[in-house]
Design a protein around this ligand. Sequence first.
Ligand code: ADP
Length: 627
Amino acid sequence: MEARMESPRRWHRAALGLAAAAVATGLVVAATWVWASALFLDQTHTRALARLDLYSSNLAGALGRYQSVPTLLALRSDVIELFRRSRDPESRARANRLTETFNNLTEAEDTYFMDAEGLTFAASNWNSERPFVGHNFSYRPYFQDAMEGRLGRYFALGTTSGRRGYYFAYHVSADDQVLGAVVVKISLADIEASWTAKDEGVIVSDPHGVIFISSRPAWRFRSLAPLDDAARRAIAENRRYEAVDLRPLDIAERGQIGETADAAGARLLSISAADGGSAAEYLMVSREMPAAGWTVNVLASTDLARSQSLTAALVAGLACLITVLIATLIAQRRGRLVERIAYQRRASEELERRVVERTADLTAANLQLAREIGEREAAEADLRQAQDDLVQAGKLAALGQMSAALSHEFNQPLAAIRSYADNARLLIERERHAEAGENLSRIKTLTGRMAEISKHLMTFARKPRSELRPLRIAEVLADTLDFLRIRLERAGAEVTVIQADRSLQVRAGRVRLQHVILNLVANALDAMEGQDRPRIEIAVRQSDGKVVLALRDHGSGIDPNQIGRIFDPFFTTKDVGKGLGLGLSISYNIVKDFEGAIRAENHPDGGALFTVELPLLPAPAPVLEPA
Ligand code: ADP
């Protein structure tokens, strides 16, 4: 029941734990992504700034090499002379050769002379397919700047050559009169071609945001932002990008990073490919070059930073998952441990409960036992009381028997004495003194015999003392047989006593022990009633610290089926009025009082054998015969 209740709770807990782990992992992944992105984008930013420095100085160096060339040419006197005679065909031819020579020396793209109206009267490419000679470039700002006394600088798509170039121009003057301008055009294609880094783009844009130089050809002549009308007009006036469609790049702003007080930040952009392919993300850093009139931009790809951030986030997520896994394992083990402890506690509680139950059972059993012992003791006390009563009754019965026997014993001699006395009186009256004397001596004999009986009665009638004393068994036996002599004689019985040591002593009560022997002899005589010569054998011996008195008769023996009951009170096989069934029962108790035992068996050669065992008194002490 408990286990079934626990299961859904555990599932609930597991689901909660899983959700918590997922949320935690998500948070860790997101936080790591944000943190790593910032870190790696910052690194990209730093790298891009370094590249920007490099490209800027690269460009500045390239331009710087040519910057002073037109000035140097314009100051030469032969050049001034050629400008003076710019309409003379021979001078023009010389001028063409001069420009060509210079152009070859400086490795510029084109070198040419323009007169005050802007007409090109000599050019290094005079001999090429599309020579500048005869073209008027007065619309170019570099010409206007030069004519006004400044160094003209400009970049534009050549209207004649169709090639992009950077122009330097300087005025030629004589006698405070400006005669025209010397122009040097350099190519930017070579520089552009040297920018081959794959993970970054380099672009140079004009003040309107039109890309003039780009390491990616597709971005060339695209604008970083849509051009407004004013910008379009200005571009058209200078004919900077004649016959080019200036479309804006598809740029989405993603934000700005790394802005500080003294360093411009970087713009995060995504630029879609011209063919509508997937957009790429870039980090753009820019630097204006005011002298050149353009802005250099480095577009560093964020792919590496993004993939590094993704890796970091994944690693963090994985670490988080592993941590969760380990935590789960630990929690599970802990859970199992807790369960085991709980199980052990339950087991020990169960054990304690059983011990308590068993103890209660034992206590109940003990109480029951104590009660039974009490009942048994009460029953024993009752029995003892009953036995005491029976002993009393037995004594009374014996007294009755003895009274009957005594009256019989005394009445016969008394009747004989009376008739002897009557006869003696008659014989004395008749003076037959001798016969009278005979009668008197017979009377004397009879009274002597009666005195003898009386003497035994005195002994027998002694108040039985409850205390025990040392007794010689031989003497007790002799007294008892003496007391029984008349009955034995009448029955014609023969009693044989066998005893080697007449000094064996026991601790007993004299009268009670006599009663036991008397009873055994009387029972033996009863069993042999009708026999002409009943025989009784009595043996007294010592055995194992005991005195053994064995009495055997030659009667009918005891019925084996009844041998176990003959010591029971009131068990008798004799006729009514003859036996009370108390003799053996009383004898049994008397012997027990003397710490001895009595048992009955049948002799193998017939007749009953009764054995009385009493503890032997070790040293024969002086026997104090009662007075
Ligand atoms: P009672 O002699 O009054 O019957 P006892 O207790 O002395 O009572 O004897 C009980 C019975 O034991 C007798 O009735 C008799 O059946 C049996 N018994 C006792 N002694 C002998 C014996 N010597 N031989 C045969 N039976 C005996």
